[in-house]
Design a protein around this ligand. Structure first.
Ligand code: HEC
Ligand code: HEC
Ligand code: HEC
Ligand code: HEC
Ligand code: HEC
Ligand code: HEC
Length: 440
């Protein structure tokens, strides 16, 4: 195509009459490339690498409020690259409020449609915006996702809290069995008694049969017999012992701890219904030891606008508590100086002697929050899902394979390990059971 360009460039042909052929081709080439580039500047790229970069930017910055195919806090973004021009989208994403203030009709309309919820400004370069648009466009072309089919993946999140579930399950099964057995015994006794009564009236039984019929099962005598008393004592001792041992192992264990929080903050609404990413609020999980509890400023990204549930008038009691904490006056939209922290009650708490690091588990090991914290997205109020005992940590380190994918640091270790063993490399094999790794 470039060569065509070089030879078909009729209008400028005479211009090149005197120039040598080589220069002519070169100039045309340059001209061609220039025209292509300037056309490209407004065209949304389709390269996989650009789309991948856009996907990453989108997932960290936009999924809080947007999905491609669903309305969330903001509109569904499929087809937005057709609805709006590239220039408009650049201005909008970089600073939507400025575009609205300039009176742009499309911007004002969508702002009104979404109850004047502010979309924050993103100080992106043109290239970053183009990457995001490339991602949105490629997802639009793919079409809406098929409705999810419940598969085996759904149950895989049960993780290490499973031992408690299975033990209560076992208990239920045992109780049901005992009840069923007792009922069966009662029914059998009644049946036998009626049978015997009937048989007694029947004439013409031979001697052997007579004997069987007149044999009596004396329930009273059985209850008093040594066998029975022994059995009862035995079962009773087992139950008492089991309770005692369980108790001893769970001293200081706070599994299930679910304190009342100062604000009725619901993970079910935020992380579940609105699918806000855990890391949007717990900013430390990927990079540091602690996960962090979000400051009220993070809440205000949305709650400066969302003042009540279901679009009701006024400020709800719970939201008012956020405003009180940062001394915000929603009528004048001003901040005062009388701030006081929200006193969230800490739920998970390891003793000081143990060292636990989130980024090691979330970032390096690529574990899901749910593996350790349970179904947080369904929790109206958070509770401690796992036991957090030493045995719990150790068990998982024995059972879990090290995530070595794309981690050069592990290449040598993996090689060494595979020379010694055919099993995949577990955390145990990289020193995950050494006392000093978890104890200072
Ligand atoms: C805090 C929530 C929030 C975040 C984060 C957010 N948006 Fe928005 N966005 C909105 C809302 C709400 C609207 C609707 C207009 C309004 O109320 O301002 C909107 C509108 C838009 C529109 C216009 C849609 C249309 O149909 O015309 C585009 C495009 C857009 N957002 C892109 C993005 C991109 C790209 C990102 C990430 C870089 C992003 N948004 C992050 C809340 C958000
Ligand atoms: C909108 C902000 C927000 C989002 C999103 C969010 N959280 Fe939280 N999270 C909080 C706040 C605020 C607290 C403290 C109050 C409480 O315990 O409910 C908290 C507490 C917790 C706690 C208990 C901390 C303790 O005291 O030991 C865990 C565990 C937790 N979040 C996990 C998650 C997980 C997992 C996700 C994602 C599925 C998530 N959070 C998403 C704001 C958020
Ligand atoms: C990304 C946006 C976003 C962030 C950040 C956010 N929320 Fe929310 N919040 C919402 C939405 C959406 C609702 C549901 C509103 C509705 O039901 O109409 C909500 C509802 C609530 C409610 C229920 C309101 C009521 O009157 O009962 C409370 C309380 C609340 N949020 C507290 C918080 C706190 C505390 C934080 C900070 C730790 C926070 N939110 C951060 C979007 C957000
Ligand atoms: C390997 C298990 C594990 C995983 C995975 C995990 N956590 Fe934790 N989390 C813990 C333990 C253990 C504590 C208690 C830490 C302490 O007391 O020092 C904790 C504490 C917390 C706390 C309380 C505040 C803090 O920093 O101590 C929050 C919030 C939290 N986790 C959120 C998350 C989120 C969000 C994710 C996913 C991105 C996650 N956790 C993944 C085990 C885990
Ligand atoms: C759900 C499984 C799981 C649980 C539960 C868990 N860990 Fe881990 N842990 C891992 C994995 C996987 C790694 C390997 C990370 C890596 O590749 O460096 C790891 C690594 C570690 C390391 C670094 C080990 C090393 O050799 O560098 C420490 C320290 C650690 N965990 C402490 C703890 C403590 C303390 C607890 C309990 C409070 C705990 N872990 C609970 C899965 C778990
Ligand atoms: C994977 C992490 C991990 C490793 C490895 C580990 N511990 Fe622990 N250890 C813990 C945690 C977490 C606790 C706190 C448990 C609790 O609060 O119930 C703990 C508690 C303890 C306690 C105090 C018990 C109590 O009741 O207060 C002692 C003692 C201890 N560990 C000794 C050791 C020794 C010795 C080793 C090496 C053989 C070791 N630990 C290896 C995580 C670990």
């Amino acid at each position: 195509m470039l060569l065509l360009y070089a030879f078909d460039l009729k209008p400028s042909e005479y211009m090149f009459k005197t120039t040598p052929n080589l220069t002519r081709i070169f100039l045309s080439l340059a001209l061609g490339v220039f025209t292509m580039l300037s056309a490209k500047a407004q065209e949304i790229p389709t390269d996989q690498s650009v789309i991948a970069a856009g996907e990453a930017t989108f997932k960290t910055n936009c999924t809080t409020c947007h999905r491609i195919w669903e309305v969330r806090i903001g509109p569904a973004l499929n087809g937005v690259t057709e609805r709006q021009s590239v220039g408009w989208l650049k201005s909008w994403i970089k600073n939507s409020q400025a575009l609205i203030a300039s009176g742009d009709p499309a911007a004002v309309a969508i702002f009104k449609e979404y109850n004047q919820t502010v979309m924050q400004a993103f100080p992106f370069s043109d290239q970053q915006v183009m990457e995001v648009l490339a991602y949105i466009k490629s997802e639009t072309v793919k079409g809406p996702p098929a409705p999810p089919t419940p598969g085996p993946g759904q149950s895989s999140a049960s993780g290490s809290g499973g031992d408690t579930i299975s033990s209560s399950y076992l208990m239920a099964v045992i109780i049901i069995l005992v009840v069923v057995l007792a009922l069966a015994v009662v029914v059998l006794i009644i049946a036998a008694k009626t049978l015997v009564k009937h048989l007694k009236d029947v004439k013409g039984l031979d001697e052997a049969e007579q004997e069987v019929v007149s044999q009596q099962f004396d329930v009273g005598a059985f209850l008093k017999s040594n066998n029975f008393v022994g059995l009862v004592v035995f079962v009773f001792t087992i139950i008492v012992l089991k309770t005692l041992i369980d108790g001893a192992f769970t001293i200081g264990v706070q599994q299930g701890y679910q304190p009342t929080q100062p604000i009725a903050f619901s993970h079910e609404i935020h992380a579940g219904q609105y699918e806000i990413d855990c890391q949007y609020c717990h900013t430390g999980v990927n990079k540091s030891k602690s996960a962090n509890i979000p400051s009220p400023n993070i809440c205000m990204n949305c709650h400066s606008q969302i003042k009540n549930v279901g679009g009701q008038e006024g400020v709800s009691e719970e939201i008012a508590k956020i405003y009180a904490a940062i001394d915000y006056d929603p009528t004048t939209q001003t901040y005062g100086t009388d701030t006081k922290p929200i006193e969230w009650v800490r739920i998970h708490n390891l003793p000081d002697l143990a060292y636990f690091n989130h980024s090691q588990h979330v970032n390096v090991a690529d574990l899901e929050c749910e593996t350790c914290h349970g179904p947080v997205k369904e929790m109206e109020v958070v509770y401690q899902y796992s036991t957090l005992t030493m045995g719990w940590c150790i068990n998982c380190h024995r059972e879990t394979d090290v995530n070595t994918k794309g981690n050069e640091y592990y290449d040598k270790l993996v090689k060494l390990h595979s020379e010694q063993s055919k099993e995949p490399m577990k955390v145990e094999d990289i020193g995950g059971l050494e006392c000093a790794k978890c104890h200072y």
